[in-house]
Ligand binder design. Structure first.
Ligand code: LLP
Length: 388
């Protein structure tokens, strides 16, 4: 028995667990992003932190997206994938000197700056190279994204960005520095946001802030509203493509761009989540006293989101059409948090069945670890297993 979109016959010779990327889903997603953004000249920088699988990156580069990086390693990976430096933005609260130098040497488009000391260091390092670095100030807009507290970033109580109270001081400073050029402002309010009200609130805040900058006589050519658009983890088959239309419309309708201003986005999850699945094999089905456990050969070492954020991933048995039964679906790691789902209904399951953990293209493979001395998972694409 083979379920749609999974070349299960091709999976049989592959060692599990592994990641499987359906590049057709990714290509359709990218087409939709381009269709929604081209008319307004919106620029999307793919948030590299979500997934840097080479085939995935290549597909994203071919669609013309830029890159949003948060480490020197990501800047290197973006450039190596062929994403032009002129489309690379570099964020992060703790950029090391070598990482800043790497950005300077490659003339990346912009550093998203998160504090006064960072601004001073970028100015110093740029001066040493006789360069002027483009910077955008990351402002903490104090907008609640109503998402999991681990992935909320835009309220005043966390380490990201410059608080609005400190903004005047930072702007005054930046204007005195010779080797940095203020080209914009940057925001990011959180991740897995499905209620457009949060983005609407962000637009309102950005509009207010723009007034403040104009009053100070500062012209900004770029507004970067970060990422955060969520996806549908419950129904990946019905909603494979995220709500890009509603998302971009929110900004089109509510953000007041000035003439010659460009709007930038840093989407990660919405680009890649639905194209990826973690494929695992059932090692054992264990009958407890009140429960049945389906014990997989994948654990939180391959997909940490359920353990870390209590995240839901749809689980499908790809090789069974038996009536559904209730399972706790768990991994082999020696920690109780190594549980993918409790009291989960799926087709009757036995040793050797193949299981797909869905919507795992974002923050899946990239967050894998070797805890318990496990091997890092390999990844395969639909192109290589089935041809385009
Ligand atoms: N820009 C900035 C400044 C960010 O901090 C992030 C994500 C993004 C863009 C991309 O956000 P996205 O469009 O993917 O929501 N590991 C967590 C998610 C962490 C997100 C961190 N920042 C998870 O698995 O849910």
């Amino acid at each position: 028995m083979i379920k749609a979109n999974y070349p299960v016959d091709k999976f049989s010779g592959i060692e599990t667990p592994f990641y499987y990327y359906d590049l057709n889903v990714l290509r359709s997603t990218l087409e939709e992003i381009n269709a929604q953004t081209k008319k307004n000249n919106f620029h999307v920088h793919y948030a590299m932190k979500a997934n840097v699988n080479p085939a995935v990156l290549e597909t994203i580069k071919n669609a013309g997206l830029g890159a949003d990086c948060v480490s020197g390693g990501e800047v290197e990976a973006a450039l190596k994938a062929g994403i032009p430096a002129s489309k690379v933005v570099f964020a992060g609260v703790g950029k090391a000197d070598w990482e800043i130098n790497l950005g300077l040497e490659n003339d990346i488009f912009c550093f998203n700056v998160e504090s006064i000391p960072e601004l001073e260091v970028i100015n110093e390092l740029a001066a040493a190279k006789g360069k002027v670095a483009n910077v955008a100030l990351r402002i903490n807009p104090n907008v609640d994204a109503h998402t999991h507290h681990y992935i909320t970033t835009g309220t005043s109580e966390n380490k990201f960005g410059i608080n609005m109270e400190a903004l005047d001081q930072v702007v005054d400073l930046v204007l005195t520095l010779q080797n940095v050029k203020l080209i914009g402002i940057h925001f990011h309010i959180g991740s897995q946001i499905t209620d457009m009200t949060a983005f609407h609130n962000l637009c309102v805040r950005v509009n207010e802030l723009q007034e403040q900058f104009i009053k100070k006589g500062v012209e900004l050519s770029n507004i970067n509203v970060g990422g955060g658009l969520g996806i549908n983890y419950e129904h990946p088959n019905h909603f494979a493509i995220p709500e890009f239309e509603a998302y971009f419309k929110t900004f089109r309708d509510h953000l007041q761009l000035r003439p010659n201003q460009t709007l930038h986005f840093e989407l990660g999850r919405a680009v890649v989540a639905q194209c990826g699945s973690l494929i695992s094999k059932v090692l054992y089905v264990k009958e407890g006293t009140v429960k049945k456990f389906a014990i997989l050969d994948a654990g939180f070492t391959e997909l940490i989101r359920p353990a870390l954020y209590q995240a839901y991933h749809r689980i499908e048995n790809l090789t069974s059409d038996l009536p559904e039964e209730e399972y706790d679906v768990v991994g082999p790691i020696c920690e109780s948090s190594d549980t993918f789902a409790k009291n989960y209904w799926m087709n009757g399951t036995k040793r050797g069945d193949l299981i797909a953990l869905r919507s795992a293209g974002a923050y899946g493979e990239i967050m894998a670890s070797q805890y318990n001395l496990r091997k890092l998972p390999k990844a395969y694409t639909s192109d290589e297993l089935t041809g385009k």
